[in-house]
Design a protein. Structure first.
Length: 364
């Protein structure tokens, strides 16, 4: 019996020894694995020198450089109407003519009276040379000629008032009148707007005041033509800052050769302040923690944290004003899991940096 007890004790001791040895080996293996963490896979990108454009974006409204309501200066019946909505007209074109028969007859009477006054004056001058008439009579006839000439000029103006001509090149608006309609003095016949170029009025924040100057390029986009960019330049600066919005009103002239744009239309404006050469990196590489902005660099197989100062931004990329050189390799993927000094392994992936078709335009 006692031999069986001895054998049992020996087996139990051997089992305990094997279990203890296995646990020790497993713990050593885990510690070894933790101490040898594999390097993190990352993608890198070198900063590139590119043209950076500082742009101020705003919204504004279009208006015509010249715009008038076409009205009549006399009453009368329309006998000629050369108006079609949307029609382009040139300065001096006859748009409307009222019945001017009475005014034309009045002018004929005045011209006949002027001719008679001139004949009497010439006869009096010849008689005066022979002292057959006094000088006062000659002066009276001279005055009659002057009065007749003034009356003729007034009659011509009254006749011209029956004609409505285009004061400048532009596009005619809508009209509800037709030939034969009777119009009173001051009746609005239609509108006339000059449409090329167009004025774009918008405002910019006052912090850009020192960088704004006349002649800077302006581009605009309209919701009506989302695929078209309209170009122009800054032509006027306001004299006062708006105290409520802290903005400066400005005005640009926008080219409109096809006549697509119309007065009163809404438009987004982009004012280019300046262009310069600067270092840019993918925006996804930038990390922000509190007040610190930084990136991770790949240096001899390890990640090194580097603080940077950002400049202008654009969709997908950002300017680095301070902190990097063109020789640095910036980590663009996996940096959110890195700490300074971690081991890394650089791999190449074409999809690491998203394609950006707006790569040439940055904004402040």
């Amino acid at each position: 019996m006692w031999k069986q007890w001895i054998i049992a004790l020996v087996l139990v001791a051997a089992s305990a020894a094997v279990a203890l040895t296995y646990r020790s080996l497993d713990s050593s293996h885990s510690e070894s694995a933790m101490g040898e963490r594999p390097p993190s896979k990352v993608n890198t990108h070198a900063p590139q020198v590119d043209t950076v454009t500082d742009v101020v974006k705003a919204v504004g409204n279009l208006q015509a450089m010249d715009a008038v309501a076409l009205t009549t200066e006399v009453s009368g019946r329309i006998v000629e109407l050369n108006l079609a909505p949307g029609q382009h007209v040139s300065k001096g074109d006859l748009l409307v003519r009222l019945d001017d028969r009475q005014a034309r007859a009045d002018l004929n009477v005045i011209e006949a009276q002027l001719a008679d006054a001139r004949r009497q004056f010439e006869r009096a001058r010849s008689l005066r040379s022979n002292n057959s008439i006094s000088q006062s009579q000659v002066d009276e006839l001279r005055t009659a000629v002057d009065v007749a000439e003034a009356q003729r000029q007034a009659a011509r103006v009254r006749l011209e008032n029956h004609r409505l001509q285009a004061p400048f090149d532009g596009v005619v608006g809508l009209t509800d009148l037709s030939v034969g309609a009777y119009v009173a003095i001051g009746t609005i016949i239609s509108t006339l707007d000059s449409v090329d170029p167009m004025e774009l009025n918008f405002s910019i924040p006052e912090r850009f005041l020192a960088e704004v100057s006349l002649g800077q390029p302006v581009s605009g986009r309209s919701p009506a033509f989302p695929e078209t960019s309209f170009t122009g330049e800054l032509v006027e600066l306001g004299s006062r800052i708006n105290e409520l919005s802290r903005t400066l009103p400005v005005r640009a002239l926008i080219d409109n050769p096809d006549g697509k744009l119309r007065p009163g239309q809404f438009m987004s404006a982009s004012l280019t302040l300046r262009q310069r050469q600067a270092l840019v990196i993918p925006e996804q590489a930038v990390m922000i923690r509190g007040d610190e902005t930084y990136v991770f660099l790949a240096v001899d197989g390890t990640a090194q944290r580097r603080s940077v100062v950002l400049g202008s931004r654009m969709p997908g990329r950002v300017e680095i004003a301070e902190g990097l050189s063109a020789e640095d390799l910036v980590i663009v993927t996996g940096q959110d899991r890195l700490s300074s000094g971690d081991r890394i392994r650089v791999v190449d992936e074409d999809s690491a940096i998203p394609d950006n078709r707006f790569a040439g335009s940055m904004e402040s």
